[in-house]
Design a protein around this ligand. Sequence first.
Ligand SMILES: *Cc1c(COP(=O)(O)O)cnc(C)c1O
Length: 380
Amino acid sequence: MGHRGGARLVSARPLREARVDLSAISANVELLRARIRAEHTMAVVKAGGYGHGAVPSARAAIEGGADWLGVVEIAEALALRAAGLDTPILTWLHAPDADFAPAIDAGIDIGIGSPAQLDKAAATASRAAPALVHIKVDTGLGRGGVPLAGCEALFAAAAAHERGGALRVRGLFSHLANAGDADDLAQLEAFEHASALAGAAGLTPELRHLASTAAALRMPSARFDLVRLGIGIYGLTPYDDESSVELGLRPALELSAGIVSVKRMPAGTGVSYGHRYRTTRETTLALVPLGYAEGVPRQASGVGPVSINGTTYRIAGTVAMDQFVVDVGDAAVAVGDRAVLFGDPRTGVPSADDWAAAAGTINYEIVTRLGGRIERRYTS
Ligand SMILES: *Cc1c(COP(=O)(O)O)cnc(C)c1O
């Protein structure tokens, strides 16, 4: 959002900025809760809140009504606790040598996907408080979790540990492959079957959960007691056939940089590595200090959209490690003007979806991969 003539305002902004609107995250959670109406809503803030910052995103999501937080690693959960968040947290992917003790001491729920993890949780807990665990069943994603064939034995062992006071099975969960309606339904049926097996083993998990954003919105039967919402709380769509705008979501993150160089160049000028772009007339080239070190996908060379002073251009040539060039023609562009790569499309800038299309990936990757020298700033 270039403010030409507003030099002081422009220079107050970081050169490379990921501006996160926390009120958008709160509003997205509110909207999703109203539409989904599950009893509990987990805000998934793994991987640094999908690039938005885990702690501020978690706080904003709680403001919007989330009553659980989800992360992958115990270290991520402990960081949320260290920041003062006392909301229930579930963590579900553990290193082989992961130490469960700090998590149990901090009241963090542990996802259990194997007999070895179950035994470790029980053994660790006997030295502290009972472990709060959610057993993860592989209903067809083929990733983590106990396969259906292993459920009876694992549930029996968990029930024995529960009777012994070492742990409490608070949850039973699984994750969908989003491989199509029929596959999702088959996974749902497998989950119901696992749930019945858990009951038969004497377990009474009060939180059964299966749905992430995609299924929570479109598959009411997958909502159970809790939904795990990631991408949607950041205002991005999980679908390729329905946009964030159509869903009524507000993308929370805007990525921009101040232009560091502007120059008039003659026709025939080769631009960036490999000269994959060449000017066809005298023109103005603007240099944007964001590259693949910042997570700008090199695959978007020549096609990634960039908005400068209200006009959207395509990247000229190759995205380098630290920078790329935009051919702005005869537009009046000055050093310090902002180049906006993506943000809320309702403000006229490209979306993370546009970048995903340009790079041949998904919006999840576009926001989560941001790093390097980008500074995050928060507004609310
Ligand atoms: C990342 C993740 C989610 C969130 O998925 P979204 O599609 O971002 O809503 C939910 N559950 C599990 C197990 C996850 O790993």
